[in-house]
Design a protein around this ligand. Structure first.
Ligand code: ZN
Length: 109
C-alpha cells in the first residue's frame, strides 16, 4: 500500500507530503513516529492511502480506484496501450500492459 504522510516542521506551518510504501495506515504512522519522533522539529499530521497505479496485478482506475478484473479480455501484449472506460465510474483512462517473465524448476524424480 502506498501511503502519503503529511508532516510539518515547527514552528512554521508548512506542510510536507511524502509517499511511503507501508503495510497499513497504522504502520505508516508508527514508522514515521519511530523515524522522526526523536526530533522535535517534525510534527506528524496525517497518513492516508494513495492510489498505486503502476505495475499493479490488475489495472486500477485512476478516478475511482476500482480494479478492472477482466483486463485479459483486452488482449494486450507487452508495452501495448489502450483506452478503456471504467466499468464502475465510466471515466476513460489509458491501460498499459507490462509483461514480466519468471521461471520455476523442479526435480524430475
Ligand atoms: Zn473508475
Amino acid at each position: 500500500m502506498l501511503v502519503q504522510i503529511s508532516y510539518a516542521i515547527e514552528p512554521t506551518r508548512a506542510v510536507w507530503n511524502i509517499n511511503r510504501i507501508c503495510d497499513s495506515l497504522e504502520d505508516a504512522k508508527a514508522n514515521f513516529e519511530k523515524e522522526f519522533g526523536g526530533q522535535k522539529m517534525y510534527r506528524f499530521i496525517s497518513a492516508k492511502q494513495v492510489l498505486e497505479l503502476e505495475d499493479t496485478i490488475n489495472p486500477i482506475c485512476p478516478y475511482c480506484g476500482k480494479e478492472m478484473r477482466d483486463a485479459w479480455e483486452l488482449y494486450l501484449n507487452d508495452g501495448d496501450e489502450t483506452e478503456v472506460d471504467c466499468p464502475y465510474c465510466e471515466e476513460p483512462y489509458i491501460v498499459q500492459c507490462n509483461v514480466s517473465v519468471s521461471y520455476s524448476t523442479r526435480n524430475l524424480k
